[in-house]
Design a protein around this ligand. Sequence first.
Ligand SMILES: [Zn+2]
Length: 350
Amino acid sequence: MREKTHYENIVGGTEAEKKKAREELQKFFDGDGGFFKYEIEKSPEDLEIIKKTESIVDKIISQYGGDIRKLPLDNIHILKEGSVDQMTDGELAVGLHKPLCLHIGIEKQKSKLVFASFVAHELFHLKSYKSARVGNSGEDVRLYRSGFSMVDKKDTSKECGAEIEYFSKLEEAIVSECVKKFLEEIEKEDLFMDEINAINKIKNWVAGFCIKNGKTPDQVKELIIEEVKYIDDPQSIVNSVISFSRKESERQAYAAGIFSAYLEENGVEFLERRNERIMLYKLLDYLVKNSNGRFKDRDEIFDEFARANFSGNYLKIARIIESILGSGSFRKLAEDFSNVNQEEYSLDAK
Ligand SMILES: [Zn+2]
């Protein structure tokens, strides 16, 4: 049976226009998403990684109260190197999701772990709550909601994609935070075990070296353990560190040297969207601190954000935010986290 587009809710327009819009969305969904030119064939290993990744992503989404939305394998495209840069005129790199047609494209990677994490990132975007709206006609169907983000629907004279998107930075932060949880989950998977073990060994050596040189365990956790996603050629680094010395302190210093050389040569992959995540962390910490004990930590309040992202229901989180930050604050946050706000994020100015 043919899968159906994830758009259940279409706002605006007449009944006939809504029907037309729904047909358009199904057509996009069944098409190639514009990826055909850039696509390469999936290898058996790619298929295995995609399958495993999607099942973990679905599990995390359902833990946050989201519905499991099926996606045909044909809507996941593996792309030639440099494709995303070409397709987006340099705006994006490596991975891309197209919310209206519900297709994702990810460039082939050397590392299974990095490839899986990019697939997971785009799948979290794609499988978040979706609703569309009728623009100037039923054929002119546009995105309205994608997870936490909401496109300004007042002005249909703006080109599709040029509208203000409220909360778009928050959606990126939520997706990237979910990738962090995905990476914790795949530690247990045989498929990624070799890479993960090697990376963890290197990270622990580097962390040990940093602590000896004055960094606190919290700093090391925040900057290395949790932020470093991948280091190129991890197994060969481990081999050379082990053969360098039997002494742990010498291994730590040697690994730290290699790590900083890799940093300079862009051989280290960090968890994505750090700026957006820092905005989110500041907000979460502020909410926890001022919640009179209702929320104990970041994770507990993050859970409410993730639930709104995957279920589409703003109501509960809006009430929580307004009860802590005051009336009108949800609207203010929508603007602070919009795609057009370039200002430094500050809760003091709320
Ligand atoms: Zn993203």
